[in-house]
Design a binder for this molecule. Structure first.
Ligand SMILES: Cc1ncc(COP(=O)(O)O)c(C=O)c1O
Length: 443
């Protein structure tokens, strides 16, 4: 694209979200990795591709087809129609998602309260579109936050108010303060978005006691919580996982957002939302929020590809609807990588050393894909570009996950799409970059 090209439109005349950093972030990061294909990528939060299996996709499809015929009693032509025709707006694997949530998370869900979506991204968009009713509405979100959430909020003209994470994953005092500040300013906080398990990008998880207090606060303040949980299954420590907020939610405070991108296949583009909140309708009837979301969905994507849903459904059926069972290999690979990365950082920046090493810190998450490294200089896109070009390593500037333009002295590393050997090479290159950058600034 050249500046001298004749133009037909200007971006200033399009939706104000276009050109906003929240929308350009993902493209920028993809472009950098395309420009430097030889660089080791500790940037991508994608699942490990060696586990992809095309033959299994065909088998899953067949498994789901047999389920339609044998378990649900569909005659052959109806089963074919379910898979190949336009379909139910709320989806065709809702009953299996409800079973999965019961088996893996202890969440009791009426399948009618589930909307199957085109990835979790569409689920976020539908929920934000529904909640944003007027110009005084705002969304609270624990910062740093997932850029896909910020971008979706921009597209529906919903300002995002950051809430401090504190050391627990959500600072409840700050959450209450932000709520009161917003309300005193005449604004209407519609919900608070958060990722209680191994958040993207921070890697932080909220402990059970804090989850309980968060739900109590949400009840006191009449606030909805949007719980996004793509990484919860990938805990690296033995023992039970903390319950999801939705599992603890006895008052329909929590809208639960799910993704099969990391637990089955990102290419299927299937996610879902559990929206059991009761909505009063103008004619006096009451229906689930899920039905309102489906109404929006019918005007956005019509329905989620039934073929893609069938692949997910087949995988669920083949593992007794347990994604925990389906992901034992994945979980152990991600755990191994996370430990390898943390040990590698410790070796390259030993505690107690002077110089560059002394000021480098990192998080040690109990699972998930992400580690945040804090360094003694601001980390921006120009540094990422130089890192890719001159050092051959990619990572994500943490500034992308904050909704302001303040400098951030941190970067995110991801362990999901690499081998331990690639982690070693990537960390050697990152350590060289950090050492050189510290020396450059000192000299
Ligand atoms: C926190 C979070 N939510 C949602 C998504 C998007 O999920 P999907 O691929 O199902 O749209 C991601 C993807 O990386 C994510 O990290």
């Amino acid at each position: 694209m050249s500046a001298a090209e004749p133009v037909d439109l200007t971006v200033a005349d399009l939706h104000p979200a276009l050109g906003d950093p929240a929308l350009t972030s993902m493209n920028f990061l993809n472009e950098v990795s395309e420009r430097y294909p030889a660089a080791v990528s500790l940037a991508a939060g994608r699942p490990y591709e060696e586990f992809f299996d095309l033959a299994a996709v065909h088998r899953h499809l067949d498994t789901f087809h047999r389920h339609l015929v044998d378990d649900l009693g569909h005659p052959p032509e109806q089963a074919r129609r379910v898979l190949l025709q336009y379909g139910r707006t709320k989806g065709i694997v809702h009953h299996l998602i409800a079973r999965n949530l019961a088996v893996d998370e202890g969440i009791a869900v009426d399948p009618q309260d589930v909307v199957v979506t085109v990835g979790c991204q569409e689920a976020m968009f539908l929920v934000l579109r529904a909640l944003r009713a007027g110009p005084t509405d705002v969304l609270l979100a624990v910062a740093p936050t997932y850029v896909g959430l910020t971008g979706a909020a921009r597209l529906v003209d919903l300002p995002v108010w950051p809430v401090a994470p504190g050391s627990s994953g959500v600072d409840l005092t700050d959450l209450a303060d932000q709520l009161h500040r917003a309300r005193s300013a005449g604004l209407r906080p519609r919900a608070c978005y958060l990722m209680p398990d191994f958040a993207n990008p921070s890697g932080v998880s909220i402990d059970t006691a804090h989850r309980r207090r968060l739900l109590e606060l949400a009840t006191q303040e009449d606030l909805l919580l949007l719980e996004d949980n793509p990484y919860g299954l990938f805990h690296s420590e033995d023992g039970p996982r903390p319950p999801t907020l939705k599992a603890m939610d006895s008052g329909r405070r929590v809208v639960y957002l799910g993704s099969f991108a990391k637990t089955v296949l990102p290419g299927a583009r299937v996610g879902y939302v559990v929206a059991d909140q009761r909505v009063a309708l103008p004619d006096g009837r009451v229906g689930p929020l899920a039905d309102q979301l489906a109404m929006i969905k019918s005007m956005v994507t019509v329905n989620t590809s039934p073929i893609a849903q069938a692949v997910i459904g087949g995988r669920l059926l083949e593992h007794g609807c347990s994604l925990v069972a389906a992901n034992t290999r994945e979980r152990s690979a991600y755990t191994r990588n996370l430990r390898h990365l943390v040990a590698g950082l410790t070796r390259r920046f030993p505690p107690g050393e002077d110089g560059a090493a002394a000021a480098v810190r990192w998080t040690v998450p109990a699972g998930g894909f992400f580690v945040v490294v804090t360094v003694p200089f601001p980390v921006d896109d120009a540094l990422l570009d130089r890192s890719a070009r001159d050092y051959g390593v990619l990572w994500t500037p943490m500034a992308h996950f904050y909704d302001d333009s303040l400098p951030v002295h941190a970067l995110r590393l991801s362990v999901s799409a690499v081998t331990p050997e690639q982690i070693d090479v990537g960390l050697d290159r990152l350590a060289a970059l950090i050492t050189d950058e510290v020396a450059r600034r000192a000299g």
